[in-house]
Design a binder for this molecule. Structure first.
Ligand code: G
Ligand code: G
Ligand code: MN
Ligand code: NA
Length: 254
């Protein structure tokens, strides 16, 4: 079977599931959001990482169907998390280009959140800079409509794409996620430190939340907190977890 055929089967046979990686406030003590991350377990038990199958799903446009499944599952799970005591928690969902150039996306998402009993502001869509900059004339109107409807939008992997600041200024987004390649060099690499502090300042002046991803050490966390990074995510705080483990983590005090 080609991987494309296997992906069709995976959708039909329920071989996908989601894990959730928490995002914490800068003290590292309050969970404010979770990022949904797609996982594929083949019938023989093999786990296929998303880097391997998402590019193929994007080419075949199967990503649109997979993305619909992801959003619906993530919103259902968020409703479960809200009832388990995590009221107000947001869920972040990664989106690929073919999903975001679909002009019916805002209507579809509005239906999904309503049917799950959550508000639009509880769903945050993560887009990469590259996606926005490649097809701005198609993506921008969709982004604007999503914002008007109350959804949050985050620019993922920020700093490695090539967004012009003049375009960034006009984007209807609510947060920036500092790419983990910059976080990796903290606290000693002076270049990475300068870039991270600049992104934090940029976010503050543009009234955007700034999320640092890939936080793996206490020294990185301290550096980011000291310079006012709003939110933190990374293995130091928590790995991506299945839903039930996430609920357990919350009950143990996070
Ligand atoms: O979970 P992991 O770190 O292995 O993810 C690898 C990459 O796959 C990341 O860039 C992540 O954004 C992407 N990814 C994970 N889940 C999804 C998803 O549901 N949809 C899309 N489009 N990308 C995803
Ligand atoms: O591209 P995106 O930011 O969506 O990628 C999310 C991926 O990053 C997930 O697959 C997740 O497993 C991975 N990830 C999350 N936290 C860390 C971390 O602290 N270090 C590293 N190396 N990867 C991480
Ligand atoms: Mn992401
Ligand atoms: Na990222």
């Amino acid at each position: 079977l080609t991987m494309e055929a296997e992906l069709h089967r995976a959708l039909a046979e329920n071989e996908f599931h989601l894990e959730y990686q928490p995002v914490f406030d800068h003290y590292g003590d309050r969970m404010v959001a979770v990022e949904a991350l797609l996982r594929w377990r083949k019938p023989d038990g093999e786990m296929v990482p998303p880097d391997q199958f998402i590019p193929i799903a994007e080419k075949s446009r199967l990503i649109v169907q997979i993305g619909r499944w992801v959003v619906r599952q993530a919103c259902r799970d968020l409703a479960v998390l809200h009832s388990a005591g995590l009221a107000g928690l947001r869920v972040n969902v990664n989106m690929a280009a073919p999903e975001f150039t679909n002009t019916s996306l805002p209507y579809e998402l509005t239906e999904v959140v309503a049917s799950c009993g959550i508000a639009a502001r509880h769903l945050c869509l993560e887009l990469t800079e590259g996606l926005v900059m490649k097809q701005p004339e198609k993506v921008l109107p969709v982004m604007q409509m999503l914002r008007q409807l109350g959804f949050h939008i985050s620019l993922d992997d920020f700093g490695i794409g090539h967004s012009s600041l003049s375009r960034l200024k006009k984007l209807p987004i609510t947060s920036l996620k500092i790419d983990r390649s910059f976080v990796a060099g903290l606290p000693h690499d002076r270049g990475d430190g300068a870039i991270v502090r600049s992104i934090i300042d940029l976010g503050r002046h543009m009234k955007l939340d700034v999320v640092a991803e890939g936080v793996e050490t206490d020294a990185q966390l301290l550096y980011l907190a000291q310079f006012g990074c709003t939110y933190l995510q990374g293995y130091l705080l928590s790995r991506p977890l299945p839903l039930q483990q996430l609920i357990a983590l919350h009950h143990n005090g996070k």
